[in-house]
Design a protein around this ligand. Structure first.
Ligand code: SF4
Length: 78
């Protein structure tokens, strides 16, 4: 799944999005609530995307299958 804000896009592979433990981990670590895990299913919260502080906590928590893209830098990956 992928959602785009104005400055930031987030992409999550299906294998991660459908794993309740990984979804919960992402929801827990992001300081600006870009991830939510309702009933075990991952949701990317579109309205919060541009609040991303580039902290990499999501990438550290789930090293494979999550990408934070800087749309203001031609989509360069964080
Ligand atoms: S880099 Fe930080 S603020 Fe941005 S989505 Fe990941 S955890 Fe959230």
């Amino acid at each position: 799944m992928r959602k785009d804000g104005i400055f930031i896009a987030v992409e999550v592979d299906d294998a991660v999005a459908s794993d309740p433990a990984l979804a919960a981990k992402l929801a827990e670590v992001c300081p600006v609530d870009i991830f939510a895990a309702e009933g075990g299913a991952l949701e990317i919260v579109e309205k919060n995307l541009d609040e991303c502080v580039l902290c990499r906590l999501c990438l550290d928590a789930v090293p494979e299958g999550v990408r934070v893209l800087k749309l203001y830098e031609d989509g360069a990956a964080l």
